[in-house]
Structure formats: structure tokens, C-alpha cells
Design a protein around this ligand. Structure first.
Ligand SMILES: Cc1cc2nc3c(=O)[nH]c(=O)nc-3n(C[C@H](O)[C@H](O)[C@H](O)COP(=O)(O)OP(=O)(O)OC[C@H]3O[C@@H](n4cnc5c(N)ncnc54)[C@H](O)[C@@H]3O)c2cc1C
Length: 394
């Protein structure tokens, strides 16, 4: 019996589990292969929905599904304390969970996504509003409904973050919401603080820069976000600049799961190092052929998007299948990724335009123009995500 243990049943873990369960069904039936998924929660969250919730374009219910319903019955799973990973011992091929239980494996897939590190920015937790969690985005929705005017600052203190396009998308949707849904845009200033020069690859940056310009969104690039002075409601930069706000909305600093740090699996930036084509775990000069990493958990240099995660998941699953069935071929992840772009939401006054640019390690996205069709595709992608992506049918 070969055992495949998947840590994390999110976008990557669920798609990998489902592809393995389907393509190794004969081996599973003969008890030659066993697939197990561990997750700390039995509810699957789709974070792609969070950006839209403050503007009533999706609801809380749209973001959640019972994990068991998304997974093939051929996959064993343990949730809660029996699924919450606390330590991984790569040497003895064993994983410990919160309840004290231990799981051994022949193949390991690490797909625990990322966590938010509010302590990385002094003062941040004292005035923290974010659409990066379900709880946060629901609270933000209520705040935005009640706010009569003032300065809204949307800030990203540092990279990498999950979905680096999300702060820009949020800002465009916020502008449209205040302008066309609430009709109060003239009472607000919107400011966008960004930690690097470009907002996405050049083609993405060109589009969003033009839109921010047209809408009067003030943009500070290469902004060195140092701290938050919650008492004075000011963001403080490393150069001593102080930016006043009435509402601060933050895409928080991210890092890999604590259990990975505690197991000595992370690099100096807090992420899990891998060989970027095979997605196998690397420690120093050693590559662990039996340990794969997929999704947001991977190194800072690999973009953290749901689209990229899905491509990685398919490569990891294919290589496990090849190995187990004796096919001497190796699939490669070539950096395929993408990040939806929103140019305008759909409202009584606007038709809604968007685009989903895609690119790879070696091929940047081409110049693009968001369109109505793009908006429809992006909204339809929500259904494809549940019905196709997580079920590994595409
Ligand atoms: C606000 C927002 C908007 C986004 N919008 C888009 C978008 O429009 N398009 C796009 O392509 N991508 C988008 N993304 C990015 C996309 O959601 C992520 O890249 C993707 O979910 C990563 O998948 P994952 O499997 O690595 O992590 P996740 O889907 O987060 O899954 C990780 C799983 O690991 C579990 N876990 C964590 N720690 C442990 C532990 N110790 N033990 C056991 N289980 C654990 C978690 O419970 C979770 O189920 C967005 C992300 C955010 C936050």
C-alpha cells in the first residue's frame, strides 16, 4: 500500500485529492494506494469571493462549502484537531496533528496555503480592516455601508500576498460602489499605497494605472509601510511620512503555516522552498522527490494565485500518478498563472468590464483591454471554480 498524505484541503489539496482519486481508482479499490487529506477545518472557503462581498456582489454563503461534499468519497479525510498539522518530520516521513495523532506517508503534498502576520507591522492589529478574510470582509461591508465620507486608504505593506491583483480590484470596485451604487463618491478621497513600482506585470500595471488616473485614485508606489498610528489614524512610512485616513483597508503581510516554520521547512522569508518546475521540496542542495508543495505555500518568487495554484495542483497530481503507475514521465509547472482584472463593476450605470490575463515564468501577459465579455467570464468563473477546478475536471 502506497500512502499519499495531503496537508491542507483548500484549492490545491482538494483538486489534487480529486484527480488522484479519479485516476487511481483501480489502485485504491485494490488497496494498493491510499489518499488522505488533513485540514484544520471541515468548511472550504473560496477567498476569490471575499473581494466582492463588501459590494454585495457575493454573499457569505457564496464563499463556503462543506469540504466533504467537494471531495471524492475515495479520499480519506480528517478535519479539526485530527486534521490540524502541528509538525512534519521529513526524515521519518511522519506528520503530527493537534490531537496528538500521527500519520505516516510514502508521498507528501504540502498545500496549507498561507497565514496573515499582523505582527509584522507595528500598530496594524489596533486598527485592522481587511477583505482578506471572510470575517474581515463581512465587517468591511457594514463599515462601507455606514461611512458618510472621508479618506479611505487601501494599503499593501509588503509582498508577497495571495492574489496580488486583489487590492487593485478592490479599489476599482470601491470607487464604482461609492460612485454608482451609493452615489457619494464626491464625499471620499481614495488612496492606494503599494510596496513596489509596478502593480502586476507591465500590461496589468498599464491598465490599472490608467483607471486609477481617470478616477482620481491617488497612488503611492514603492511605499515603505512601517507602522500604523491607530490613535491618530495615520499610516507611517519608513521615511517618516504620515498619511491620515478615516478608513484603512489592508492586504496583510503573509507567510506560510506555523507548522511548517516549526518543522524547519521554511526559508528566511517564511515560505517553503521548491524546485520551481517539478514543485518538489528542496532543503539546501537536497531535493525530496517524495514531497511536493502546491499553492500559496511555495516560495515568494512564485506568484500566489488560485489560477497558478490550479496549474500546480494538476502537475503535482500527474507526477504522483506517473510515479505510482510506473510511467516514466515528469510533468513540469512552467509558471502558468493569471490574475483577474476588473475595469468596472456591473451596476445600473455601468456595464461591467474585466479580463483574465495569463502568463508563465518566461512569457509575460500581452497588452489587453477589459471587456463586457471578460466581466461575464469572470463572474462565470465562480461556478467553474466549484464545478470544475476543485473537482479537477479542467
Ligand atoms: C481576497 C482574495 C482574493 C483572491 N482572488 C483571487 C482571484 O480572483 N483569482 C485567483 O486566481 N486567485 C485569487 N486569490 C488567491 C487564491 O485564493 C489562492 O491563491 C488559493 O486559494 C491558494 O490555494 P491553496 O490551496 O494554496 O490555499 P488555500 O485555498 O488557502 O487552502 C489552504 C488550506 O490549508 C488549511 N490549513 C492551513 N494550515 C493548516 C494546518 N496547520 N493544518 C491543516 N490544515 C491547514 C486551510 O484550512 C486551508 O483549507 C485570492 C485570494 C484572496 C485572499
Amino acid at each position: 500500500m502506497e500512502s499519499i498524505l495531503i496537508l491542507g484541503g483548500g484549492a490545491a489539496g482538494t483538486a489534487i485529492g480529486n484527480k488522484l482519486a479519479r485516476e487511481l481508482r483501480r489502485e485504491i479499490a485494490k488497496e494498493e494506494v491510499e489518499i488522505t487529506i488533513l485540514d484544520k477545518s471541515d468548511v472550504f472557503q473560496n477567498p476569490g469571493v471575499f473581494t466582492f462581498i463588501p459590494f454585495d456582489l457575493y454573499t457569505k454563503e457564496d464563499a463556503l462549502k462543506p469540504r466533504r461534499k467537494l471531495l471524492s468519497p475515495r479520499v480519506k479525510c480528517f478535519f479539526g484537531e485530527d486534521g490540524e498539522v502541528t509538525k512534519i518530520d521529513i526524515g521519518s516521513r511522519e506528520v503530527a496533528v493537534k490531537s496528538g495523532k500521527k500519520y505516516s506517508y510514502d508521498y507528501l503534498v504540502v498545500a496549507t496555503g498561507c497565514r496573515h502576520d499582523l505582527n509584522a507591522v507595528p500598530g496594524l492589529s489596533a486598527d485592522y480592516n481587511s477583505f482578506y478574510t471572510l470575517e474581515g470582509t463581512l465587517k468591511l461591508r457594514e463599515k462601507l455601508k455606514a461611512l458618510k465620507g472621508g479618506k479611505i486608504v487601501i494599503a499593501t505593506p509588503r509582498m508577497p500576498i495571495s492574489c496580488p491583483g486583489a487590492p487593485g480590484k478592490f479599489t476599482v470596485m470601491l470607487d464604482d460602489y461609492l460612485r454608482h451604487v451609493r452615489g457619494v463618491r464626491e464625499n471620499f478621497e481614495i488612496s492606494f499605497l503599494w510596496p513596489v513600482e509596478l502593480i502586476g506585470p507591465p500590461a496589468y500595471n498599464a491598465n490599472i494605472s490608467e483607471i486609477f488616473d481617470e478616477r482620481g485614485v491617488e497612488v503611492s508606489r514603492n511605499f515603505k509601510f512601517a507602522s500604523v498610528d491607530a490613535g491618530k489614524k495615520e499610516v507611517v512610512s519608513a521615511d517618516g511620512e504620515r498619511i491620515k485616513y478615516d478608513l484603512l483597508v489592508v492586504a496583510p503581510p503573509h507567510r506560510a503555516a506555523e507548522a511548517l516554520e516549526n518543522s524547519g521547512m521554511t526559508d528566511e522569508k517564511g515560505w517553503v522552498p521548491i524546485e520551481r518546475y517539478t514543485l518538489q521540496y528542496q532543503r539546501g542542495t537536497k531535493t525530496y522527490d517524495e514531497v511536493y508543495v502546491a499553492g500559496d505555500t511555495g516560495p515568494a518568487e512564485i506568484l500566489k494565485t488560485g489560477i497558478g495554484t490550479h496549474y500546480q495542483a494538476m502537475v503535482v497530481a500527474q507526477n504522483l500518478i506517473n510515479d505510482i503507475t510506473g510511467v516514466e514521465a515528469m510533468a513540469a509547472y512552467k509558471g502558468e498563472t493569471g490574475c483577474p482584472f476588473v475595469g468596472e463593476i456591473y451596476s445600473d450605470a455601468t456595464k461591467g468590464v474585466a479580463f483574465i490575463p495569463s502568463w508563465t515564468y518566461n512569457r509575460p501577459p500581452e497588452p489587453f483591454k477589459p471587456s463586457k465579455l471578460g466581466w461575464l467570464v469572470y463572474r462565470s468563473y465562480y461556478y467553474l471554480y466549484w464545478e470544475m477546478n476543485v473537482k479537477a475536471l479542467m
